[in-house]
Structures are given as C-alpha cells and as structure tokens.
Design a protein around this ligand. Structure first.
Ligand code: ZN
Length: 254
C-alpha cells in the first residue's frame, strides 16, 4: 500500500469540534522538537500563488524550515466574530499562521478570507460540511467535500491558492490525501490538540500546549464553530510562552 509508511508513529485519538458529536481517530506522527534554535518568521505574499512543484500526499508533521519552531493552525472559520480577534493577536505578535477554512464560511465572508491573506497567513481546505465521518463515505463524496470547498475558498481569495487540506476531525483516507496532493494541497495533521473548542478554560488550554509541545510542532486552535473567546485568550498566552521558550513560528511543511 503506497501510503503504509506514512502513518507510522504515535497513534493519538483526537477529537475536533464539528457541530456534530462524532469523534474520529487520527493518526499523528510525533516528533521531538529539534534542539536547533533557528528562529525565523515566515513571510507570504498577500496573494500566495501556491507551490511550484508536486505536493506530497504524506501528512505534514513538520514546519517548513524545521529547527525549534511551531506552526499555529486555526480551524473552522472564517467567523466574523472570532477571526478578526485571532488575526489581531497574531498581528500584534508578528506571527503568521495557517487558517483551515470551511468552504461555505469562506464564501459567506470573502472579506475575512482576504484579510487573512493580506496579513500574510496561508489557507487550508477544511471541507464543505465538516463531516468528521467523511472517511467512511464514498470517494465521490470525499472528492466533492474537498474540491468544492477549495473552489469556494479560492473563488474569494484574489488569486491566492489553498496550500493544505485538513480533514475534519482528522478523518483522512489514503484517497483523500492523494486527491488533496494532486490538487496542490498538502495533507495537514496536528501534533498538539489544545481541545480549545471544548472550552475547558484558558489555563487548561495553555497547560495542554506546554505539556504536549514535545509531541511535535503543529498546534491546533479554532476561530470558528462556536464561542471562541477562550481560544483567542489562550492563543495569546501560548504565543507568549512559546516565545519565552525560544520557539520560532513557521508554516507547516508543504
Ligand atoms: Zn474542524
């Protein structure tokens, strides 16, 4: 099986907000942070044209430039209430992140998609309907969910491309990873699940990041799918802690 080697590593059960209650298992590769203390802040063009070469169908589990760095990934928006607050925190700290957007939400809020891009962040396809059981559905269904969302996002993205695909709840399949890659989107997992969407309290979200950062550099937050004031506050505190610890901020590797 072509992708058998891709999913070695620690198996972590991860649940993600969806508006529906089903939870999916997600296989995440965990890597210890490198001791290389390279610090960098990535830059992206406001109209990010996308990758120039072929995109791997393996799950992204590293940052683009490696070293002691993390990639902040923000899911389930754009949302008119929470995306601007999230952008404010990132801008104040001079940090670029990756926004995993729901297709119809992007279509409904083109101004927010363009604001995300104007601030130098990257886009990720997070499907049309956020069906966390889409890995159990037909290939045709998966294709519709992935490619329709990509189109909805790119239709309002002023020439920018969607660079990643993250299955809702981590419900990837070998087929969906290959389809995403063939359409220029790197499959994107996560290594630190903050569970912020469950609103466990800001302190707990921050503690989760501190505890799980050893798992790897891709950190999951949310700016949509519900009330996200805890997410916004915890994001700011986590960024402060990560900076104190000497982490740089980067995009996930494509
Ligand atoms: Zn999600």
């Amino acid at each position: 099986m072509a992708l058998a080697g891709v999913i070695s590593g620690t198996v972590a059960v991860a649940t993600e907000d969806s508006g529906d209650s089903s939870a999916s298992s997600s296989v995440e590769l965990t890597l210890p942070p490198s001791s290389d203390a390279t610090r960098h802040t990535p830059t992206a063009s406001p109209a990010d044209p996308g990758p120039s070469g072929p995109v791997s169908s393996e799950m992204a589990h590293e940052t683009e430039r490696g070293g002691k760095s993390v990639a902040l990934t923000i899911d389930d928006g754009p949302d008119p209430r929470w995306t601007p607050k999230t952008l404010e925190v990132l801008k104040k700290n001079g940090i670029k992140a990756t926004f995993c957007m729901i297709g119809p939400s992007a279509k409904a809020h083109p101004d927010l998609v363009r604001k995300v891009l104007a601030d130098g962040h990257r886009l990720c396809d997070h499907s049309v309907d956020h069906n966390t059981a889409m890995d159990k559905r037909s290939e045709d269904y998966q294709k519709q969910q992935i490619l329709d969302a990509k189109k909805m996002i790119e239709d309002v993205a002023a020439g920018a491309k969607v660079r990643y695909y993250r299955a809702p709840g981590g419900a990837f399949t070998p087929y969906s990873r290959q389809l995403a890659a063939a359409n220029g989107m790197r499959p994107l997992g996560w290594s630190v699940d903050t569970h912020d969407w469950q609103r466990p309290g800001v302190d707990r979200i921050v503690e989760t990041v501190k505890r799980e950062i050893a798992n790897g550099p891709i950190i999951l937050f949310h700016d949509g799918g519900g009330e996200r004031s805890q997410s916004v506050e915890a994001l700011a505190r986590c960024i402060g802690w990560l900076k104190e610890e000497g982490y740089g901020f980067d995009f996930p590797k494509i």
